[in-house]
Design a protein around this ligand. Structure first.
Ligand code: NMX
Ligand code: MLT
Length: 387
């Protein structure tokens, strides 16, 4: 499909996943094919080194905070951070064989059952403030390290609280915080039409709660063509197993031959390398240039676009956001790729939350967008109704 914005829908546009079909306006971010995502007008490349709290502020207030606003906002998040009830018992009852994304979705749903104010913004911000603890508990309980989890210290920042709950031994905590901080900032929002955001807003349009909408959005994010591509990508990298360019090329060709996707490449909207990938390559070159997996993704970045470009059907052969994130997470101690999409989900709670608040309370002069209800034709009707 072309990447143009459609002004007229024709039969050719049906059953194409709504590519390019305009459906609304987004106040938090937009994505351009060449510069990628912009948060409230700022290209992501200018925001990569910010703190997550300041980007959450930006997405909700549409301007970057002053130092005073930033510390007030951190205080606000701190006041919301305490878990409203016994989340631990519920998490302990879940099957450890379940995917971490299913745990995340259930965890968010449970937080909603423990406390929902039914004020869109309150609930969205409460959830953002409670995510680090939920994430920490998911890791600890799934790994069977559920004894003596340190008490939550809500005075810490969002990333610190998660790292504090984990208590990973033998890791470089400062490096870990750097990677997670950048990861969160880069993944918080990506326009209005990505699958999980769209799904979350659609659910909220029926006036389901923020928690129910967000749990649904996380389910959408868990698919391997969307958020879970970061898991598949690192699994793919581990399978490649070499950074030798010729061997990597042979591997990529064999995967394509077997009709399997080359994870970490391609995008529905972007037509160049995703600047979020560029930012992660820059970080990797600084903190782990000799890491084996980072060397493999660096080779893939050179080789795969050339091979993919041989297929004219592929609209964008370049690296996407998922190419390097797994190698970085692996390097700082997260060696199990099945967890990677939970980091994406954690980050995206901010953007989806802000977009739900906008759609429910600001758009259409505060009335909000009505219930989502696009039109589907019966196949036999199609020709009669559409030129
Ligand atoms: N490897 C193999 N085939 C590909 C790839 C790829 N990386 N990218 C596109 N194609 C194929 C695609 O499957 C389609 O084939 P067919 O016509 O037989 O159905 C054809 O090329 C045209 O697809 P596009 O219009 O280029 O891309 P589309 O917008 O449909 O899909 C993705 C975008 C991201 C789903 C696709 O590029 C892909 O599957 N990439 C690999 C998975 C991945 O890295 N996903 C992460 C995306 C980021 N995220 O968070 O969502
Ligand atoms: C995202 O960040 O949501 C992905 O890049 C997918 C998209 O924008 O469609």
């Amino acid at each position: 499909m072309d990447n143009e914005v459609l002004l007229e829908v024709t039969e050719n546009h049906l059953n194409t996943g709504m590519r390019g079909v305009p459906v609304g306006t987004c106040r938090t971010s937009f994505v351009t094919p060449t510069e990628g995502v912009h948060y409230c007008g700022y290209p992501i490349s200018e925001l990569a080194d910010f703190e997550p709290e300041d980007i959450v502020y930006l997405l909700f207030n549409k301007e970057l905070p002053t130092p005073e606003q930033s510390s007030e906002f951190r205080k606000d998040l701190e006041n919301r951070a305490a878990l409203p009830g016994d989340l631990t018992t519920i998490l302990k009852s879940l099957p450890k064989s379940g995917h971490p994304m299913d745990w995340l979705s259930i965890g968010i749903h449970t937080l909603g059952m423990l406390d929902t104010t039914n004020d869109w913004k309150e609930d969205a911000l409460n959830l953002i403030a409670r995510m680090p603890r939920l994430m920490g508990l998911i890791f600890r309980i799934r790994e069977g390290r559920e004894q003596n989890i340190p008490a939550d210290d809500v005075s810490m920042g969002l990333v610190d609280r998660f790292v504090h709950a984990l208590e990973f031994e033998g890791v470089d905590r400062e490096k870990m915080k750097r990677v997670i901080t950048t990861y969160l900032v880069l993944h918080m929002d990506h326009g209005g039409g990505n699958l999980s955001t769209f799904s979350g807003k659609a659910i909220a349009s029926g006036k389901a709660t923020v928690y129910a909408s967000m749990a649904g959005a996380m389910n959408a994010l868990s698919g391997p063509l969307h958020g879970r591509a970061n898991q598949s990508c690192l699994e793919f990298v581990l399978k490649v197993g070499t950074s030798d360019a010729a061997e990597v090329e042979a591997f990529v060709r064999a995967e394509l031959e077997a009709k399997r996707p080359i994870f970490g490449f391609g995008h529905a909207v972007l037509r160049t390398e995703d600047p979020r990938a560029t930012a992660q390559f820059k970080l990797g070159a600084k903190i782990c240039p000799n890491d084996e997996n980072f060397k493999i993704v660096t080779t893939l970045r050179e080789v795969a676009p050339r091979v993919l470009a041989e297929n004219p059907k592929i609209s964008n052969p370049n690296a996407n956001v998922d190419i390097a994130s797994g190698a970085l997470l692996h390097h700082i101690g997260f060696t199990d790729p099945t967890y990677y999409t939970t980091f994406f989900g954690w980050a995206r709670v901010a953007g989806i939350g802000a977009q739900i608040v906008d759609e429910r309370t600001v758009l259409r002069d505060g009335k909000g967008t009505p219930l989502y209800r696009p039109k589907y034709f019966a196949e036999a009707q199609t020709l009669r109704h559409i030129e």
